[in-house]
Design a binder for this molecule. Structure first.
Ligand code: NAD
Length: 415
């Protein structure tokens, strides 16, 4: 009998875990063997990172080239499964005149929900009167963060009216320095909650970081010269941008393209890409309408200026950034010393990625480039090896007939 109810899977040795998965999915010996192969992230490390580990999931790691951020040459690691992403970013960076980027202070928001207030205004007053005391209490619990120059900075309070009554929402603003900050902030929120309950007579419920990190944003900008890009391409890109700026259906895909590069670099450095994703999209909708995260305009010279702004909660300590061996190497490759510097590079990547997509879409279309890679994949699937992959892919592209069947035919010598 197949069952998904497996008790204490995590306590079983690896062989037993694999045997369970093998039986559940009727895997072959070969498939089970594949699962048992570990890359650089060995089983021991993986098993400490998450629960119920039975294998690891490798992704290609590509190098985005040609980036200059704030005058420094950088190579950016991309962990991504999608073809063309790395090439597009590298090409956009090559065409740009270098990126200038600036991260804000790394201040995250911790939210505390208060329910049962008889008088919300009074509860807010009680908290604000004791702000200093509460900040002190929060900081007492994270002397390491304080030592590195971070810590709780401020409390903000407001009332929200809901169908389950009025609630008081507190924001604890915490400078998290080089951490992503979720654990640090959540711990602080929980730490000060009993005091808040005493002060207000309210009950505290949710105590959790907000991924809408409006105080921890990053801006990057660059110029693509008209001599490099061509005047017509600039006009086409501006039209494409206006489409996104005025249409949510397009804005969504526009921002997805931005996240192709951002997520790839965020994953490669062991950071929480869901946090960055959630923050980016909520930020895009902050004005009540979902908008593109980038802006484009033509400057006085007729060159194209691009800009991006979004929240960027990244860490160089904590989370997987220090436990994943490849993430650690990637951080070394990037040569960043602070989470802010990392955010500046990754925002530049997002802008480059977006520009590349707009340029391709607004001019030749993206399928042409995609099809070349697609043809290679088809040739590989058909069993081609080495130089034959490019030959077969090239022929299929020329014939505009790209399929595994055609690749097989060419391999078998069919005209
Ligand atoms: P963490 O708690 O592992 O590390 C942060 C701590 O490291 C700080 O509190 C501080 O004590 C110490 N530290 C040492 N050197 C530091 C420096 N230079 N700058 C700052 N702190 C320094 O990690 P975290 O960043 O608080 O939490 C990140 C993890 O939380 C991620 O794995 C994330 O996936 C997870 N998480 C996310 C959410 C969310 O996004 N909603 C919720 C819960 C957990």
């Amino acid at each position: 009998m197949k069952t998904s109810k497996i008790s204490k899977f995590y306590e079983k040795p690896l062989e037993e875990r694999l045997a369970i998965v093998k039986e559940f999915a009727s895997l072959t010996e070969e498939e089970t063997e594949q699962l048992g192969k570990y890359g650089a992230l060995g089983f021991e490390t993986a098993n400490r990172m998450i629960e119920n580990v039975y294998s690891t999931f490798p992704l290609p790691l590509g190098l985005a080239t040609n980036f200059t951020v704030n005058g420094r040459e950088v190579l950016v690691p991309f962990a991504v499964e999608e073809p063309s992403v790395v090439a597009a970013a590298s090409n956009a960076a090559k065409m740009s005149s270098g990126f200038e980027a600036k991260a804000s202070e790394p201040v995250m928001i911790g939210q505390i929900q208060l329910v049962g207030a008889k008088d919300a205004k009074k509860a807010i007053k009680a908290v604000m009167k004791n702000e200093k005391l509460l900040l002190g209490k929060a900081n007492e619990g994270d002397s390491t963060l304080v030592k590195f120059g971070g810590g709780a900075r401020k409390i903000e309070a407001r009332e929200i009216r809901t169908k389950r009554g009025a609630m008081v929402i507190l924001h604890l603003l915490v400078d998290v320095r080089d951490a992503m900050g979720a654990n640090a902030v959540n711990t602080m929120c929980e730490r000060i909650s009993p005091m808040i309950e005493e002060m207000t007579g309210c009950e505290t419920r949710l105590k959790i970081i907000s991924n809408l990190a409006v105080h921890r944003t990053v801006k990057a900008k660059t110029i693509w010269k008209k001599e490099v890009l061509g005047e017509q391409a600039i006009e086409h890109i501006l039209d494409a941008y206006e489409f996104a700026a005025n249409d949510e259906y397009r804005a969504c895909t526009h921002n997805k393209g931005i996240m192709n590069g951002i997520d790839a670099a965020v994953i490669a450095t062991g950071n929480d890409f869901r946090a960055v994703e959630a923050g980016a999209h909520a930020y895009a909708a902050m004005e009540g309408k979902y908008r593109p995260l980038t802006k484009y305009r033509k400057n006085r010279n007729g060159d194209l200026e691009g800009e991006i702004e979004l929240p960027m909660a990244l860490g160089l300590v904590g989370g997987a950034t220090k436990t994943h061996p490849i993430a650690k190497i990637n951080v070394k490759l990037l040569g960043v010393k602070t989470a802010g510097e990392l955010a500046e590079i990754i925002a530049s990547v997002g802008l480059a990625q977006n520009f590349a997509a707009l340029r391709a879409l607004a001019n030749e279309g993206i399928q042409k480039g995609h099809m070349r890679l697609h043809a290679k994949n088809m040739a590989i699937t058909a069993g081609a090896k080495g130089e034959r992959i490019d030959e077969i892919a090239g022929q299929m592209a020329e014939e505009k007939n790209i399929s595994v069947t055609r690749a097989k035919e060419i391999m078998e010598g069919k005209k």
